[in-house]
Write a protein that binds this ligand. Structure first.
Ligand code: SAH
Ligand code: SF4
Length: 386
């Protein structure tokens, strides 16, 4: 089983609608947009103008671009398409977290989560509809994988969120978001090509201009692509370790059978650190499963020697999956044991739990595999068409 097993869903027996093969303006780097604009006989500065509308101002449609010549807009509408996600739901948590459901052009629902803090405004971004990795504790896993998100759909989560935050009066300026974490639905590295293109667009100076220091991609451990991410992008890496023995990790994260802990840590040691990037290890604390002092001791010895930060995530319970949150004393003892061994460790505080927006609680709401189905809070938007 290779990387493809995590990015290619089982064939859909239903008849697929004809695909629109025209280029997606939302996913075109400035150079390609310049080529398109030139081929339409327009002057080069129009490409930059168009790019800023698409990537900096987050225009939802060509109609907004009032300072571009009408014939150009007309031709663009004919020869290209523009991905703009439709807001299908919005839920606000008491702690300020906002979870959005977005509807894609083919009627799939995906989610992004806004996490405001005094010093940063973070968006947690999805990269796939569902996920094929199948971690036993994760709600997204229960959906299986429907498909990869396109680069336009990845980027547009950020564009729609920024626009909406401005409308809601959150943050200052046209880009309230300061940080991005690719920790929503899906395994980002299983959708590497689209992820890479989306990162290039999001970090581009003429676009939203996110700093690479403020962008983190989280992986369950797709070893062959970790080095590639490090070589081809300047963003930070987070690795979901979650267990300290292969037997335990095999049981929690089936990807470990393909890429066991030793290989994963080898890839972490080799991860390019030219920008002084420290890897973040995420460790979900599952009550009575991987939260003992023995686990903490093993965790410490595994990561010793890797420039790393440890993020402990007390499990957010999902009914029906059979795992429990750890006892608060166990969390504290685990943290103390790591700190005593001179490791940098923090307990990630849970956000948006009241709206099922916390880590590992993202799934198509009310879908067949969603254990929250009974009694789940409805999205504010209309239901997904069936
Ligand atoms: N697929 C990627 C990124 C999305 S998951 C990955 O697995 O790294 C983001 C993080 O949430 C992962 O570290 C995962 O282990 C964690 N997680 C999943 N379900 C969780 C839950 N119910 N409670 C707490 N953390 C969870
Ligand atoms: Fe996929 Fe990450 Fe959930 Fe595992 S934890 S099933 S890799 S989204």
């Amino acid at each position: 089983m290779g990387v493809d097993a995590y990015s290619t869903p089982a064939p859909d027996p239903a008849h697929a609608p004809a695909r629109d093969e025209r280029p997606d303006l939302r996913a075109l780097p400035l150079e390609l947009l310049a080529g398109l604009v030139k081929s339409l006989g327009e002057r080069p500065f129009r490409a930059r103008q168009l790019y800023r509308w698409l990537q900096r101002k987050g225009a939802a449609s060509l109609d907004e671009m009032t300072d571009l010549p009408r014939p150009l807009l007309h031709e663009l509408a004919r020869r290209s398409r523009l991905t703009t996600l439709e807001r299908a739901g919005e839920q606000r948590s008491l702690d300020g977290t906002i979870k959005w459901a977005w509807r894609t052009g083919d009627g799939k629902l995906i989610e992004s989560v806004y996490l405001p803090e005094p010093d940063r405004k973070t968006l947690c971004v999805s990269t796939q509809v569902g996920c094929a990795v199948g971690c036993t504790f994760c709600l997204t896993a229960t959906m299986g994988l429907a498909r990869n998100l396109t680069a336009g759909e990845i980027v547009d989560q950020v564009q729609r969120a920024n626009r909406r935050l401005v409308e809601l009066g959150e943050g200052a300026g046209p880009r309230p978001l300061t940080n991005l974490v690719f920790m929503g639905m899906g395994e980002p590295l299983a959708n590497y090509r689209n992820l890479k293109l989306a990162l290039d667009l999001l970090l581009s100076g003429e676009g939203p201009n996110f700093s690479h220091r403020h962008v983190t991609v989280s992986t369950s451990g797709l070893v062959p692509l970790m080095g590639r991410l490090g070589a081809e992008t300047p963003v930070k890496l987070a690795v979901s370790l979650n267990a300290t023995t292969d037997a335990q990790r095999d049981a929690l994260m089936p990807i470990n059978r393909r890429y066991p802990i030793a290989q994963l840590l080898e890839a972490c040691r080799a991860f390019p650190s030219r920008t002084g990037r420290r890897i973040t290890f995420e460790y979900v604390l599952l009550g009575g499963v991987n939260d003992t002092l023995e686990d903490a001791r093993r965790l410490a010895s595994l990561v010793t020697g890797i420039p790393a930060k440890l993020n402990l995530i007390p499990y957010n319970e999902n009914p029906g999956l059979g795992f429990a949150a750890p006892a608060p004393e166990a969390v504290q003892a685990f943290l103390d044991a790591l700190v005593a061994r001179n490791l940098t460790a923090v307990v990630r505080k849970s956000r948006g739990r009241d709206i099922s927006a916390a880590c590992g609680q993202l799934a198509r709401e009310g879908g067949p595999g969603d254990p929250r189905r009974k009694g789940a809070t409805a999205l504010t938007g209309p239901a997904e068409p069936r």
